[in-house]
Design a protein around this ligand. Structure first.
Ligand code: SF4
Length: 552
């Protein structure tokens, strides 16, 4: 894992000192809120519905135990004893007092963390596969690439005021767990015919008001050309991205309006120039970064033959994934207990996870874009002990990838932009399907909920997506079906008119009942069934045979 150099540490601490002065001037009235706003946003501090919200970056979702413990300390000392993990591998604190924020940032800087570039029209936290460095299907660990991009993009003077925020995701596996095709730039590690590793470069993906799946702008980019190529893309976007209309400012609109071919020519021409100006990525820097992600010293114990009691077996079936080391496993810890708030972890749970990582996972933790926490390197012999400790901490819900493992944005419970509540909908759905055996019978199913059109809950790529809107002062929920956030990424299709707050959960139940009735085998997933049958039977379930034609 990456450790700060002295330069990094000095830089982050000096940013905290600078912000402390700005906060003092805001508190004594010498800065107005309008003057203060751009300064606080540069440090990840938002003003939400009820209070300030501080968004902290977890670069590529990777945390050490002491960092997780510091987050728990912050939650207890300056917030309400919990934090909220988001779909971009950040953590948000919802109740900090302005006067305390510099102290929180200082506490973060002490453990090599910060909130820089978690807001504003700049390159945001670079995200990556949450199984990076552990996955059995991995071509290469994507985190050194993500770290290189982080170092290049942090405070990059040319890209501090882009037309709009800019999100980059990296995956090192053919199975895309980083939703790369819904990012401004998605990098997918591939090998060329000579077997050399490089990147497939995807641009112009994004959800929100105009959801789009990214398009491949380069089939194969040698690793040494990465930064020159990123500069080329960003320069074209910075110059030509629309600044006249916030809703049309993302690179996806530029791709759409200019056309991929034309844009590719501009990027390639720019890249030609850039690669003469910029040297290849410095191998010494890459080597230093790669060394910081060196594999842990694997425990060579043989994994015992599994003797699994029922609860543990269910947990292993749903929450445990193959590791590249056969004696190891990846353990996904659900932060979605039945009836809980998706992504919320208490300080006690954070500490329990930190302890487990230290004892059983080579001191590593990951935050997934699905708002869960991963113990990436657990020896199979230790799984029963990990499971027992998770049960004790209330973290052993065996629902990863199932109907109650719901992504939900904060919605109207916290967010100033929300048009409807998301969290109570997620809680009600998980309570309706609280029986884990029934959930396992339903099988893999991704429900994703957003409280407004900005789509932080990724509803467009949910197998069942739910978008909360405001219709004349009343909450209304639109359903999309067939969305997919993986390597076969698809934007879900709108089914028809929306549902009232008290109608939406029964509507979801009808969709799932229909799926159970029409699936061909118990192995056919919801998404496979939807792709086979199309929307028709599901629309009948939602609107009735006679009304479905008029549902739009
Ligand atoms: S989708 Fe809308 S309501 Fe939800 S967190 Fe994003 S901006 Fe807020």
């Amino acid at each position: 894992m990456y450790d700060y150099s002295n330069f990094d540490a000095d830089f982050v601490h000096s940013r905290v000192a600078e912000f402390r002065g700005q906060v003092e001037r805001r508190l004594d009235g010498s800065l107005t809120e309008d003057e203060f706003k751009p300064l606080r946003l540069m440090n990840g501090l938002y003003l939400q519905l009820h209070a300030y919200m501080l968004r902290i970056a977890v670069p590529y979702g990777t945390l050490k135990s002491r960092q997780m413990r510091q987050l728990a300390y912050i939650a207890d000392t300056w917030d309400k004893g919990y934090g909220h993990f988001t779909t971009r591998q950040n953590i948000q604190f919802n109740w900090p007092k302005l006067k305390d924020v510099p102290d929180i940032l200082e506490a973060l800087a002490d453990v090599e963390m910060h909130a820089i570039q978690t807001s504003g029209n700049c390159i945001r936290n670079v995200t990556a596969d949450h199984f990076a460095g552990a996955a059995a299907d991995e071509i290469e660990d994507p985190r050194p690439t993500a770290e290189l991009i982080r170092q290049w993009s942090t405070d990059h003077p040319e890209f501090a005021y882009l037309p709009r925020k800019f999100k980059v995701a990296v995956t090192g596996s053919p199975n895309d767990r980083a939703v790369t095709k819904a990012h401004d730039i998605g990098l997918r590690m591939v090998r060329n015919e000579a077997g050399e590793p490089g990147y497939e470069v995807v641009i112009g993906g994004g959800l929100g008001r105009t959801p789009m799946i990214g398009k491949v702008v380069r089939d194969f980019l040698p690793k040494a050309d990465l930064l020159a190529y990123l500069e080329a893309i960003l320069q074209v976007y910075n110059l030509s991205g629309r600044r006249d209309n916030k809703y049309k400012a993302r690179i996806k609109i530029l791709v759409h309006e200019t056309g991929l071919e034309e844009l590719r020519e501009q990027i390639e021409a720019n890249f030609e120039r850039q690669s003469r100006l910029l040297p290849d990525v410095d191998p010494a820097i890459v080597a230093r970064i790669e060394a910081s992600f060196a594999e842990p010293e694997w425990d060579t114990r043989e994994a015992p033959a599994p003797v699994l009691e029922a609860g543990l077996k269910s947990f292993v079936d749903t929450n445990v994934t193959a590791h590249k080391q056969p004696n190891y496993a990846i353990v996904s810890v659900s932060i979605k207990p039945i009836g809980g708030t998706p992504g919320d972890a208490t300080s006690a749970q954070m500490r329990a996870l930190a302890d487990l990582a230290e004892k059983y996972s080579h001191d590593e933790l990951r935050i997934s874009h699905e708002q869960n926490v991963i113990l990436p390197h657990v020896h199979r012999a230790d799984i029963p002990a990990v499971y027992a400790a998770l049960r004790e901490a209330g973290l052993a819900t065996a629902n990863i990838g199932l109907v109650s493992d719901i992504i939900a944005c904060p919605g109207m419970d916290y967010c100033a932009l929300a048009t409807a509540r998301s969290i109570p909908i997620a809680q009600q759905i998980s309570e309706v399907f609280s029986d884990l055996d029934a959930q396992r019978d339903i099988g893999p199913l991704k429900i994703k909920i957003s409280g407004c059109i900005n789509a932080c809950g990724h509803h467009h790529v949910g197998h069942i997506g739910i978008l909360g809107l405001d219709r004349a002062g009343v909450e209304n929920y639109q359903i999309t079906l067939g969305g997919d956030g993986t390597e076969t990424a698809t934007i879900g299709e709108r089914t028809g008119h929306g549902f009232a707050y008290d109608e939406i959960v029964p509507a979801v139940e009808r969709l799932i009942e229909t799926y159970l009735e029409i699936r061909e085998t118990a192995e056919e997933t919801f998404l496979q069934t939807y792709r086979r049958t199309g929307a028709d039977p599901f629309k009948t379930a939602l609107y009735g045979e006679e009304n479905k034609a008029n549902a739009a």
